[in-house]
Design a protein around this ligand. Sequence first.
Ligand SMILES: Cc1ncc(COP(=O)(O)O)c(C=O)c1O
Length: 398
Amino acid sequence: MIYRYPLADDTVTKDDREALAQWILEDPSPRFTMGPLVRQYEEKWSNWLGRRYSVSCNSGSSANLLMYYALLRSSRLKNKKVIVPSAAWVTTIAPAIQLGFEPIMCDADYDTWALNRRHLRQLLEEHHPGTVTLVQVLGVPHNMGDLMELKNKYGFFLLEDSCAAMGSSYHGKKVGTFGDMASMSTYYGHQFSTIEGGFVSTDDKDLSDMLVMLRSHGWVAHLDPETRAGMLKKYEIEDIGTNFVFCEPGFNFRLTDLQAFIGMRQLNRMNWLVERRSENHRLYKQLLGSRFITQAYDDKTTVCSIHFCALAANYEERNYIIKMLENESIETRPFTSGNQGLQPYWFREYGKFSSSMANKLYHCGFFLPNHPYLKKEDIEFICSVATKAVQDFRKRGK
Ligand SMILES: Cc1ncc(COP(=O)(O)O)c(C=O)c1O
């Protein structure tokens, strides 16, 4: 179905596609994998974000898997317990299960919908986990001041899933620069897109080297020369110029040069992309904030949201609003997974995780479009439909 107001729109422009086509035709050495462009793209992203190292990969989900596995292989974990958020994407949590971590679910925060601070403190006291995974939910930054204090106090590794939050910042510091490692997704419709793609960014050289190896078969081929030489020395392997030395049991999660090409072009306009989405988010909040529960944040943060999400009063009201939005060709959907603890993959293994806020997201959340091409009038119209729907529903209920 084609919507008049789709949830997402393509940030890869016609000009980008034409430039890509021309480059493909004219490149004298068309190998298109792990060429210089991928490295340039990673550097460009690191510079924009403000981190020392970024390792690109083929999706945000792969980025999450790489983060967990890099931690595991680094042998720096004090234990395999990990606190995971209930408001998350499935692949925020799936790697923990796949790799034999012991995931412990944390309730959603009333303001940011990320980790509930009271519940998190309680779980930290009880379990002393080696790792905490945070999702910057839909581009609204978590209260990072509090979380970094807890990190210092309890000494856990922080994995920051910023897959849906690229471009947001908390008190001037960009999301994706807080965790020991942070993941991003450049899937279609995200803040910028390589169609499929992702990054892990970090300031830790050892973790970055581990990520570089794990991303590509576990071999030494893409390490910098000094690190590569150090690895060969460590394992007492003579350097005969071959790259076929596999130090880790890795994956193949590489990004292609074609994706790096379009990614770099969009990074040139990243500030504009962020500004447009943030403006849209502020307008939504202004128009709907008095009728629906929406994510709370203070004015010192930038919200570069992927979609705007609002909470209806109850499940029936939410479903009615969704129907009315659909009638006006406005694409919407329930908060994608709401509470991961109510998804079969989780409750089959760990039992249902039920709490008032996580369940509210699951039963009452609905998405509204946000992308850079939305105009003020579009948002005003979308909000008027949502507002009328809720008024009608509440009137009928009386
Ligand atoms: C919070 C979060 N983590 C991970 C992902 C997975 O990213 P990808 O679709 O690139 O695999 C998403 C996707 O939107 C997400 O929202």
